[in-house]
Write a protein that binds this ligand. Sequence first.
Ligand SMILES: Cc1cc2nc3c(=O)[nH]c(=O)nc-3n(C[C@H](O)[C@H](O)[C@H](O)COP(=O)(O)O)c2cc1C
Length: 168
Amino acid sequence: MDFYEVLDKRRSIRAYKSDPIPKESLDKIAQAVNTAPSACNLQPWLFRVVLDQAIKDSICRCYQAAWLKQAPAIVVALGNTESCWQRPEGTPIADIDMGIAMEHLVLAATAEGLGTCWICAYQQSVMDKAMNVLKPWTALAISPLGYPDESPQMPKRKPIEEVFKIVG
Ligand SMILES: Cc1cc2nc3c(=O)[nH]c(=O)nc-3n(C[C@H](O)[C@H](O)[C@H](O)COP(=O)(O)O)c2cc1C
């Protein structure tokens, strides 16, 4: 799939088939994550692709959505707030680093015909506890991963002129 086609095809998917994910697709997704840039190349992330039903159940208790339960896998994106680069005022950059790598994962999944949906609307402390994630690691985002069982339209975007300006 052409890069711009991937951008057009990617949607947040909230309905999944139970078909398993081929190992080759997971390998390509892993490779895509591993090419992501990060501040000082510190790569302060760890992506867990959870196939285990008991662990998936624990995650689904922290974010309750029927479609999350349908997916054959759930990705948990962990960030390390200590090993990442810190801004001059001391703010950790892990959220941005993980966000880039996670989007690499999302776009590679799209190219593989797989669906994803960023999820952040859970209590981080509760998710960390459920997943046995210890500080300085934290679960910054999760996503179902599996073959889509819907083809949603792109939700309306702001006008381009409002969000992208050529200055000068
Ligand atoms: C950082 C982030 C957090 C999000 N969290 C959630 C979430 O908790 N639950 C959910 O259903 N969708 C979540 N979304 C998906 C957005 O709702 C979705 O990207 C947006 O509506 C645009 O739709 P599209 O992804 O199909 O283009 C999140 C997206 C991003 C980028």
